[in-house]
Design a protein around this ligand. Structure first.
Ligand code: NAD
Length: 324
């Protein structure tokens, strides 16, 4: 990636799971990075290793308030938002605000500096999809008043606002619809399937799969997700564009894979399925492949191996007496 070289890049939500990997990669490619985060769901630990880097700065701020970044800004990635169901159900109004006013403030920051703006949207804009796999022309099937709507509708609004800035104010924008991503630095207790399965398997506890376990997801290793975001940033594509892995598997199969790769003998148990949980999820990534030359590269086995190793090392480093 050459676009980030010698650039000054703002990453809102940079102390989160995806954001911290994005900051790391941008720095590695020669960019200066300003991370803006209020640590609502991210952590200082995620970016501790970046603190010593000359090109890295972290500003503790809420994107719901106007954003000021002195000096030049060439590119703004807007990732700040609760993203796991457990987090956004705990922070419903904050999630709506991050997607609405937070997106507006991030767009205004980009406009003030004449910078390109990349929105981290989500496959959740497709809701419980009636079309499979999902391409970008599908409008989605979202329950606007269900518990998950605080996230889904915030992102749909964020997309609409971003397009309005593009159409009426000439903003240089790109919208990425990110599908489920996984990797190191996910929180074991964030409620998402992979960190939950891995921490349960490593602790020898029952692996809890929701519903009948036959619902599918397509999971993308975070390194690939970040590469997709950078490819979009370095292009002039407006999107929306799906960034995700087309490799689809059932939650039951995923639980079995995690169990065997962790060397665990945990039993797999079925528990209740969350309200409005999508039945199927798989991106059509033709647009990303054609327009950005991007496809995921990391195999499921390789990605899971790296993630399980990271969880095992983190669990070993955790002080005795803490359960998560
Ligand atoms: P995360 O919760 O780990 O990271 C989000 C970051 O945003 C955290 O550091 C949090 O503290 C920060 N944040 C939240 N509200 C904020 C606010 N008001 N002001 C400033 N900072 C705030 O989540 P993630 O998985 O890294 O997701 C990052 C982005 O990517 C989100 O926008 C999410 O919607 C999108 N996304 C992620 C996935 C995925 O699978 N991880 C899938 C689709 C979309």
């Amino acid at each position: 990636m050459t676009e980030a070289r010698a650039r000054r890049v703002v990453v809102t939500g940079g102390a989160g799971f995806v954001g911290s990997h994005l900051c790391e990669r941008l720095l590695a490619e020669g960019a200066d990075v300003v991370c803006i985060d209020n640590f609502a769901t991210g952590s200082a630990e995620n970016i501790r290793h970046l603190a010593a880097h000359d090109g890295f700065r972290c500003v503790e701020a809420d994107v719901v308030r106007p954003l000021r970044v002195p000096g030049r800004v060439d590119l703004v990635f807007h990732l700040a938002s609760a993203a796991s169901p457990r987090d956004y159900l705990r922070l419903p109004v904050e999630t709506l605000e991050a997607g609405s006013q937070g997106t507006r403030n991030a767009l205004d920051l980009a406009a003030e500096h004449g910078a390109r703006f990349v929105l981290a949207s989500t496959s959740e804009v497709y809701g419980d999809p009636l079309q499979h796999p999902q391409n970008e022309r599908y409008w989605g099937n979202v329950n606007p008043v269900g518990p998950r709507s605080v996230y889904d509708e915030a992102k749909r609004y964020a997309e609409a606002l971003t397009m309005a800035y593009h159409r009426t104010r000439g903003a240089d924008i790109g919208i990425a619809r990110i599908f489920n991503s996984y990797g190191p630095r996910m929180r074991p207790d964030d409620g998402r399937a992979i960190p939950a399965f891995i921490s349960q398997a490593l602790a020898g506890e029952p692996i809890t799969v929701t519903g009948d376990g036959l619902q599918t997801r397509s999971v993308c290793y975070v390194e690939d997700t970040v590469a997709g975001l950078l490819a979009l940033a370095g292009s002039d594509l407006t999107g929306p564009v799906n960034i995700g892995s087309p490799y689809e598997l059932s939650m039951l199969r995923l639980a079995e894979l995690v169990r065997s790769m962790s060397g665990s003998d945990s039993e797999i148990v079925l528990v209740g399925r969350p309200v409005d949980d999508p039945r199927f999820r798989r991106p059509d990534i033709s647009l990303a492949a054609q327009a950005l030359g991007w496809v995921p590269r990391v195999s499921m086995e390789d990605g899971l191996r790296r993630t399980i190793d990271w969880f095992a090392r983190s669990a070993a480093a955790r002080p005795v007496g803490r359960s998560t």
